[in-house]
Design a binder for this molecule. Structure first.
Ligand SMILES: Nc1nc2c(ncn2[C@@H]2O[C@H](COP(=O)(O)OP(=O)(O)O)[C@@H](O)[C@H]2O)c(=O)[nH]1
Ligand SMILES: [Mg+2]
Length: 244
């Protein structure tokens, strides 16, 4: 009888142990999925282009994280694949990649003269860990947008819809959110004072964390904006508000 009890006890301990291990594994998977893979959809993008071509300009102060961002827009990147430390960009870095039937051409650089072309979005990166440089980033962003709107103003002199540049969406990226002491995306958007041009461009904010290994976030949201953010509808009343 006592021998039978001891066998039963062993079975209970064994089943209990397996149950605990399963529960722990499930919790681990859920937590891992939440923290490590909240960009899950990004890794399921169909990395194939097509007949439509779009140009996206990626700008910001040197070291803001532009090249790291573009490293992530590559076919078949896996979540756990290690990203090399990007070399400083000299001149212009062009990354071409097909996504969901559209050919995207990303132009990365620190200078504004490269971006005055037919583009579908401006992505502006800010290093969230450098609040002391926010005013410089803001000045550079405003200089870019002024130069951009000046071109639009020249095109819209007749107050007819311009050919290409009008109302291009602007996506401000609060980069390096994984690093300690980083300012939150809302504070960065505020620091960029984008209200001053929000009547001419719809402005979005995305926080990204793109460390060399694992734990990436923000890529899917950024992709969605690049792919679907609408160009602001032409408003003839805007003609007079832009100084030519
Ligand atoms: N931890 C972390 N490091 C980043 C992130 N984005 C960029 N970096 C690092 O910041 C440095 C400058 O990035 P880079 O992309 O070259 O800046 P760029 O001059 O704007 O192209 C590099 O050492 C990157 O590895 C990020 O989201 N997290
Ligand atoms: Mg670079």
């Amino acid at each position: 009888m006592s021998e039978k009890n001891s066998v039963n006890d062993k079975i209970v301990v064994l089943v209990g142990g397996i149950g605990t291990a399963l529960a722990a594994y499930t919790i681990y998977k859920i937590v891992n999925r939440y923290f490590e893979n909240n960009d899950g959809k990004f890794y399921k993008i169909k990395w194939k282009g097509g007949a439509i071509r779009r140009k996206v300009v990626v700008l910001g102060l040197p070291g803001a994280g532009k090249s790291r961002l573009l490293q992530c827009f590559q076919p078949d990147l896996t979540l756990h694949q290690e990203l090399p430390n990007p070399a400083p960009t000299i001149g212009l870095n062009i990354v071409s990649v097909g996504m969901s039937g559209i050919d995207y051409h990303f132009f990365e650089g620190d200078h504004i003269e490269h971006w005055q072309m037919d583009i579908s979005a401006l992505v502006w990166l800010v290093d969230s860990t450098q609040p002391e440089t926010f005013h410089l980033s803001r000045a550079a962003l405003h200089a870019c947008v002024s130069s951009f709107d000046h071109l639009v103003a020249m095109e819209t002199k007749e107050c007819s819809p311009p050919s290409s540049l009008y109302g291009v969406p602007i996506v401000v990226v609060a980069a390096k959110q994984d690093l300690p002491g980083s300012s939150c995306p809302a504070d960065i958007l505020k620091a960029m004072k984008t209200d001053e041009f929000s009547s001419r461009h719809k402005v979005y904010i995305v926080g990204t964390r793109l460390p060399a290994t694992g734990g990436r976030a923000g890529l899917w949201r950024l992709y969605e904006l690049i792919a679907y953010a609408p160009v602001k509808a032409f408003n003839p009343n805007e003609c007079s508000s832009v100084d030519c």
